[in-house]
Design a protein around this ligand. Structure first.
Ligand code: CIR
Length: 248
């Protein structure tokens, strides 16, 4: 298993905020937390590939937003926030160098990788925030998979509200999910960051340390949980998913 990561910008504290108030970010602590996040992925056996840093882009550490990967195909995003559009070029070069077949979302459509939740053969796409409806057909073409738009109005990205466990059960923090009934198998979690899991393997998820009650719920279902503290990224509406691009 391989994943892309991107070192934080020294300007991280200036990152965009949409749904939450600004709280001071401790940049030194954020650097340490990024190292720990990367170490946690390395510990579970993943090979990590660094996208070159973009110090001029405060939000560039949230590398997941730059692309969507499925098998050997990649669609380069066109970020909904104009401030973030400059982040994709180096990410595209990195993934091309790895031999992937690449297409890109074209204007006026916009898409952030954080809005795309792949479950099995379907990509659910959060539309209404950073991602526009007209990106869905481009994504379906580029990835060669079925795309289902879902509304996102209460939170930054689709995956800020819901992700999926290894067995495909969707986990979500209900106050931030527009339509929980959309998914047949839906598990409500008691903490916002409990809705954010990175699937490591069939039995293991990685999640934020800020959601201990959700972690207990997952352990009761037989899952191993790797917890990482990403408090400084949470202050910028980031989560465990957005700090890497899983190449699968
Ligand atoms: C932004 O507003 O774009 C960043 N401050 C946070 C991006 C988080 N990305 C994600 O959840 N996929």
């Amino acid at each position: 298993m391989r994943a892309l990561v991107r070192p934080p910008s020294p300007r991280l504290a200036d990152g965009l905020l949409t749904h939450i108030d600004r709280h001071p970010v401790d940049t030194d602590l954020a650097m340490q937390q990024w190292d720990d996040y990367v170490a946690a992925l390395a510990d579970v056996g993943w090979d990590l590939i660094e996208v070159p840093p973009a110090p001029e882009h405060p939000d560039s550490v949230f590398v997941e937003d730059t692309m969507v990967v499925h098998g050997d195909r990649v669609v380069i995003a066109r970020p909904g926030a104009p401030e973030r559009r400059g982040e994709t070029a180096a990410a595209e070069r990195t993934i091309r160098d790895l031999g992937y077949s690449v297409s890109a979302v074209t204007q006026p459509a916009t898409l952030d990788g954080g809005d795309v939740l792949k479950i099995g053969k379907t990509a659910y796409v959060g539309v209404g925030g950073r991602t526009s409806e007209d990106a869905c057909a481009q994504l379906a073409d580029g990835l060669g998979m079925a795309v289902e738009p879902v509304p996102v109005t209460k939170v930054l990205h689709l995956k800020s509200g819901v992700t999926a466990l290894p067995d495909g059960t969707v986990v979500g923090y209900v106050p931030l999910v527009d339509d929980p009934a959309r998914w047949d198998r839906f598990l409500a979690v008691p903490e916002e960051s409990g809705a954010h899991v990175v699937v490591v393997d069939d039995d293991t998820v990685l999640m934020a340390a800020s959601a201990p009650r959700s972690a207990s719920l997952f352990r009761e279902r037989g899952l191993n949980v790797v917890a990482v503290d990403i408090s400084e990224y949470e202050k910028l509406e980031g989560c465990v998913t957005c700090l890497s691009v899983r190449l699968r």
